[in-house]
Design a protein around this ligand. Structure first.
Ligand SMILES: [Zn+2]
Length: 148
């Protein structure tokens, strides 16, 4: 999924369990591959056809936008360091495979993260791939709200 969707879910998990950072950060990390199994669109779609510069710019923009919007949602209610760690954990799988895409570092551990995600990632075209993502994030927001 987009970095924005991953960040929002990581943030929602942290906000739902404010007193257990170790658990929240672990769950945020685990949420990444689970979310990627849901058919979705993201900037990684067709990455081989994109220039490295475009791919890098889109990935960074998505990451920054996702972090800012997650802080807008949860920054006032959740410890900010914990929130940032949960966001980073939720993005960690893609951060670990970014060198594979961007620099062609096709060796451990980057290749391992790439191969695993390539195996489980379910990519579909926009707009359906954006709608599935919006529905998933909204649904998780509502479920996680009831926990806290
Ligand atoms: Zn991913």
């Amino acid at each position: 999924m987009t970095a924005t969707a991953h960040a929002l879910v990581g943030g929602a998990i942290a906000a739902a369990i404010p007193n257990h950072p170790a658990l929240g950060i672990t769950l945020a990390a685990l949420s990444h591959p689970i979310l990627d199994m849901i058919p979705h669109w993201d900037f990684g779609r067709g990455w081989r056809q994109k220039s490295k510069a475009l791919l890098f710019f889109q990935a960074i923009a998505d990451l920054i936008f996702g972090t800012v919007i997650t802080f807008i949602f949860f920054g006032k209610t959740t410890d900010n360091l914990y929130l940032l760690m949960a966001i980073l954990a939720s993005e960690s799988w893609d951060i670990m495979q970014a060198p594979y895409w961007l620099f062609g570092w096709k060796f451990f551990p980057f290749s391992t993260f790439y191969n695993f995600q390539h195996l489980i990632n379910k990519s579909i075209k926009a707009p359906w791939g954006i709608i599935t993502q919006a529905v998933t994030v909204t649904g998780l927001f509502l479920v996680l709200r009831t926990i806290h």
